[in-house]
Design a protein around this ligand. Structure first.
Ligand SMILES: [Zn+2]
Length: 340
């Protein structure tokens, strides 16, 4: 073979094919993928995060996912860089996670640790920012200059892309949309410790809580019947199912949440005047969300900012963060940026 070898990149070459990798680190699921240099997703792995195993346990699982990919579809390839989409605020300059409440993490230098393990540059970026970038580049390619992205599922997050760049603010903490205050007086407590945040009123967690309270007060009989008194099983998915089947009390709970979401989006439209608001996450699949949000935004935001505004569903589903990792790595490599 005179120094040549074949690898599962499908090449017979003296030089290894170059690949990059993305890791979408969620509170419950961990999705890894490797990409060829021209952006073809060569393989992906989805495993449970097992957040209860702590920083060391989860770090090991991240390493396992990428090692497994490099042993499989990436065998014989040269890893050029890794981007990690992390929940919560991060210092992207240092590869440092300030806080990831869903994981119970505070002050974790994940970038340095992974870099040591893989010997390849590692970048850590907020998951909402990367999902926004993924939708910008792959979901709606070339369509919008200023695009806001919101994900509405267990929590509410998102990102803002301006002319292809992530808007991070001064310290990387911008676009925590879920934590804008919507109800200052008497609002429910949010996971961040504040009261009346958008996330505490319009997320899947909030919808489940409101439905359970309604059942406890005897105001949502059909939800109650559907779970046969199993209070703990009432969640947003069930409320959506029962609403789809025509139950008015479940639809009322959803409309109230989507009304709050519309208020949040209207605030964002008045602040940023985007060309598009793209909404993803589990609840974006509910048929009531877009009509309610569009109506509230048209009532509350400036007409000049809503006239040409598109409010549309995300297109990449659960892969937005992973695809954003690839787009991010392409940008930093083109810019010749050194990892932290
Ligand atoms: Zn909050």
């Amino acid at each position: 073979m005179s120094g040549r070898y074949s690898n599962s990149c499908g090449r017979l070459d003296a030089m290894s094919e170059k690949v990059v990798a993305g890791i979408d680190l969620g509170g419950t699921k961990l999705l890894g993928g490797i990409f060829s240099e021209d952006g073809v997703l060569m393989g992906e792995r989805l495993i449970s995060t097992c957040a209860s195993q702590g920083v060391a346990g989860v770090s090991d699982r991240i390493k396992w996912v990428l090692d497994d990919l490099m042993d499989g579809p990436g065998r014989g390839c040269a890893l050029q860089g890794v981007a990690v989409a992390s929940p919560g605020p991060v210092d992207y300059r240092r590869g440092f996670i300030y806080e990831a409440p869903n994981l119970g993490w505070k002050g974790v230098p994940l970038g340095a640790e992974l870099q040591k393990a893989w010997g390849a540059p590692v970048w850590i970026e907020n998951d909402g920012n990367l999902a926004a970038l993924g939708e910008y580049v792959f979901g709606y390619p070339g369509k919008y200059g200023i695009m806001l992205y919101l994900t509405v599922s267990t929590g509410i997050g998102g990102g803002l892309i301006i002319d292809g760049e992530i808007y991070r603010g001064a310290d990387g903490g911008a676009c925590e949309f879920g934590h804008m205050t919507i109800l200052p007086e008497g609002g429910p407590r949010c996971g961040c410790g504040n009261f009346g945040c958008l996330e505490s009123l319009a997320s899947g967690t909030a919808i489940g809580r409101v439905a359970r309270e309604a059942v406890a007060r005897g105001r949502c009989r059909i939800v109650s019947k559907a779970v046969d008194g199993q209070d703990g099983e009432i969640d947003a998915r069930l409320v959506c199912e029962i609403s789809d089947a025509g139950d008015e009390s479940a639809s009322f709970i959803l409309d109230e949440a989507f009304n709050y979401l519309g208020i949040g989006v209207a605030n964002l439209v008045n602040l940023f005047n985007p060309e598009a608001v793209i909404i993803g996450g589990g609840l974006a699949g509910n048929q009531r969300l877009f009509p309610v949000v569009r109506e509230v935004v048209s009532q509350r935001a400036y007409a000049s900012s809503t006239e040409n505004l598109d409010i549309l569903p995300a297109r990449l589903g659960g892969r937005a963060g992973l695809m954003g990792c690839w787009a991010y790595l392409l940008r930093v490599r083109q810019a010749g940026a050194k990892s932290p």
